[in-house]
Ligand binder design. Structure first.
Ligand code: 13P
Length: 255
């Protein structure tokens, strides 16, 4: 496996935090820490209502803007939902799909993750696809099976060409927001399993070129070690992405 074949991507998932005005304020701080960091892509995934302000505030910077979900239909009677075309028209080019919080609290399934992924890619968005095992699945020794199955179901029907616009985020559910991080070895091993699965669906070249991030309590202290691993091509960061100095340290660790 050759790390140079793929991009390192540091993405913040703001979750349900920051009003539009607060978002602009944080982006002003992020601009400083994100300046001239050419060795990784930097993305912030903000709440829907913050998107116009975030796109405007990030103009002329290296920070790219993403959403945290997208519906799979183009339009219609889906109260409360947002389509891929709506995001694109705002200047949004990235979207998180299948986050464990959506799976846990909002009925997201592997099938709807697959539908959303296909719709987003067909519209031209780049997808940050989240997968990850629960604590009891890790304790039962079925992490590899779970990751492999989630990956296969999410990527069902995609072409190798479409995989160029898919970033996979391995987020062990037990590490999200808990302060409990996977060890660098656990993260590397799990990202390696995901990469092998991508190779089995497509081929080694596609797998080698796919960015696979780690997410789950990544912070200013542990980022360097996690990001030094062969199979960890970046991070999807929750809590620490809301603090510019900490996010800056993580970006620096990726350089
Ligand atoms: P935390 O970094 O807050 O654990 O969140 C991780 C996450 O869910 C990113 O999508």
């Amino acid at each position: 496996m050759n790390r140079n074949l793929r991009k390192t991507v540091i993405a913040g998932n703001w979750k349900m935090n920051k009003t539009p005005a607060e978002a602009v304020k944080l982006i002003e701080e992020l601009k400083v820490v994100a300046e001239n960091k050419k060795n990784c892509d930097i993305i912030i995934c903000v709440p829907f209502v913050d998107l116009p302000a975030a796109v405007e505030a990030c103009k002329g910077t290296d920070i790219k803007v993403g959403a945290q979900n997208v519906h799979f239909e183009k339009s219609g009677a889906f109260t409360g939902e947002i389509s891929a075309d709506m995001l694109l028209e705002l200047g949004v080019n990235y979207v998180i799909i299948g986050h464990s919080e959506r799976r846990q609290y909002f009925g997201e399934t592997d099938d709807t993750v697959n539908l959303r992924t296909k719709a987003a890619l067909e519209a031209g968005l780049t997808v940050i696809l989240c997968i990850g095992e629960l604590l009891n699945e890790r304790e039962d020794g079925i992490t590899a099976e779970v990751l492999s199955m989630q990956t296969k179901k999410a990527l069902k029907g995609l072409t190798a060409e479409q995989m160029k616009k898919v970033i996979i985020a391995y987020e062990p559910v037990w590490a999200i927001g808990t302060g409990k991080t996977a060890t660098a070895q656990q993260a590397d091993e799990a990202c390696g399993i995901v990469r092998d699965t991508v190779a089995s669906i497509f081929d080694k070249a596609v797998a080698d070129a796919t960015t696979i991030q780690y997410g789950g309590s990544m912070n200013a202290k542990n980022a360097a070690e996690l990001l030094s691993m062969e199979n960890v091509d970046g991070g999807l960061i929750g809590g620490a992405s809301l603090k510019a100095p900490d996010f800056g340290v993580i970006i620096d660790a990726a350089q």
